[in-house]
Every structure is written in structure tokens, then in C-alpha cells.
Design a protein around this ligand. Structure first.
Ligand code: ATP
Length: 248
């Protein structure tokens, strides 16, 4: 695996509503071709970190007040979500966010709106998405609002894939899903990473599953990275076992 760093977060602070300091100097690196996990409990700052990267804090009255974020060495602080997609980075937000009144297939096609490489290429990628998510192919004509939570999570990831991203930021893919579906989603992430070379930064409270699929992990507590290392090392770390893996 190459160790070229795609995304780099350098010592960022984030403040909400001008007063609440939520990230207190977070740094992390996302290598090309890797699956990097951002771990930690409720309110640790995982979502805030992802939103800082994709410049989505403004609507929540949040701002990065210190530090910087680069992608391939370029500052990305001022990029709109669309400009970030053009650079190769897309975020799949927590809670799935499908267009409920559109069909599964129409939802997937909305992910291709920035593309200029023609219908043939887009159709080929739609087939690729259906290959990774056979469930979505059978549900292609269903209204997204009537599909299950797991299927909606798949639609959200599939739609991201339709923009041909180099890097996907994935927020809590396991949220609200039964264990078997969580496993299914993470297996798809792994396959996309291995077969398409897609880079992932995923925020996840489910440390157990995340550390089985990720290559490297960062653990956040109260807005600080308290530990980081290769996933295999974190899985064996006594503190991680005690506090995050529910066994000692
Ligand atoms: P979760 O898994 O619950 O989403 P998280 O690790 O992603 O947790 P964040 O959502 O980043 O955590 O929240 C970090 C802290 O920032 C929490 O204390 C939260 O209450 C606070 N926070 C989040 N959004 C806002 C906001 N818009 N205004 C004020 N405080 C906020």
C-alpha cells in the first residue's frame, strides 16, 4: 500500500456559536488507498471533524478557528461541497439522507450530476454500484423512502460512488443497523477499497467492527486525539479493549 497522504488535518480547533470549543487541536492523516477510522464515544467530535473537512460547519454556526486542512497538499478550507467533489472528496452524512420521493435509481443518478464524462461512463458505474449492492438492483424502482434503513445507507454510499470519488468520508455507517447489515456494509467498504482503490475516512462509534475493517485508527475523546495506531495494534491495546471493545 502506498503511503502518500491525501488528506491532512493539522491541529484544528473548532468552535460552535463563538464560544463552545469542541475540537481542541485535532491532527490526522489519511493515506491514499487506506481505510482510516475515527473512533470515540458520543460527542467526542467525530462528526465535527468530518464536517470541518468538508466545509459544512457554517450552517451549524461552527468554524475552524485554528489549524488547517489540506488535500494533496492544497488548502481546502474555502471549497464548496461541489468543488470538493471535483477535487475527489465526498461526504456521506450521518443519517443517510436519501431523497425519499425519488426511486433508488434516481437517487443514485443524482450522485453523477457533476460528471462530464458522458452517459456511457455513468451507466457503467451504475452497473458497478449494482454489482457491489445487489440489493439495490432489486429495489431500483422503489421509492427510497420506503426502503429499509440498511438499504438507505447503501443508497447513500452508492450515490457517493456515482461521483467517482477518490476519497469517501463516511459518518457512522453502522448507526441504527442490525449487526448483520453492519457487516454487509463494512464488507462492501472493504471491497470498494481493495478493488477500486477508494480511500476511506470513516467515523464510527462501533469500535469493534471499525477496527476489524480499518487499517489505521484515531481515537477521539472530548475533542482531542488520545491514541492512534495501526488497527491491529489498537485491537490489542489493553485500554482500547477495556474502554472501547467491551472486554478486558
Ligand atoms: P455523535 O456520534 O453523537 O455524532 P461525535 O463524536 O460525532 O458524536 P460531534 O457530533 O462532533 O460528536 O459533537 C461534538 C460536540 O460538539 C458535542 O459535545 C456536541 O454536543 C457539540 N456540538 C455538535 N454540534 C453542535 C452545534 N451545532 N452547536 C453546538 N454544539 C454542537
Amino acid at each position: 500500500r502506498s503511503q502518500e497522504t491525501l488528506l491532512e488535518v493539522n491541529n484544528i480547533e473548532v468552535i460552535y456559536n463563538h464560544v463552545i470549543l469542541v475540537l481542541k487541536g485535532v491532527s490526522l492523516k489519511v493515506p491514499k488507498g487506506g481505510i482510516t477510522a475515527l473512533l470515540g464515544g458520543n460527542g467526542a467530535g467525530k462528526t465535527t471533524t468530518l464536517k470541518a473537512i468538508s466545509n459544512l460547519l457554517h450552517s451549524e454556526r461552527g468554524e475552524v478557528t485554528k489549524g488547517n486542512i489540506t488535500y494533496r497538499g492544497d488548502g481546502i478550507a474555502d471549497l464548496s461541497p461541489a468543488a470538493l467533489v471535483e477535487k475527489g472528496v465526498i461526504q456521506v452524512m450521518e443519517g443517510r439522507h436519501c431523497f425519499e420521493h425519488l426511486t433508488v435509481e434516481e437517487n443514485l443518478m443524482t450522485g453523477a450530476y457533476t460528471r462530464t464524462d458522458g452517459k456511457g461512463a455513468v451507466d457503467a458505474d451504475l452497473e458497478m454500484v449494482y454489482n457491489y449492492f445487489p440489493r439495490l438492483k432489486t429495489r431500483r424502482k422503489s421509492q427510497a423512502g420506503y426502503t429499509s434503513g440498511g438499504e438507505q445507507q447503501m443508497v447513500a454510499i452508492g450515490r457517493a460512488i456515482m461521483s467517482r470519488p477518490e476519497t469517501i468520508l463516511l459518518d457512522e455507517p453502522s448507526m441504527g443497523l442490525a449487526p448483520q447489515l453492519v457487516e454487509e456494509i463494512f464488507n462492501i467498504v472493504k471491497n470498494l477499497n481493495e478493488n477500486e482503490g477508494t480511500t476511506f475516512l470513516l467515523a464510527e462509534q462501533n469500535t469493534n467492527v471499525a477496527l476489524r475493517f480499518a487499517h489505521y485508527g484515531y481515537i477521539l475523546e472530548s475533542g482531542r486525539v488520545v491514541m492512534d495506531g495501526p488497527a491491529a495494534d489498537l485491537r490489542e491495546n489493553p485500554d482500547v479493549k477495556e474502554f472501547y471493545l467491551g472486554m478486558s
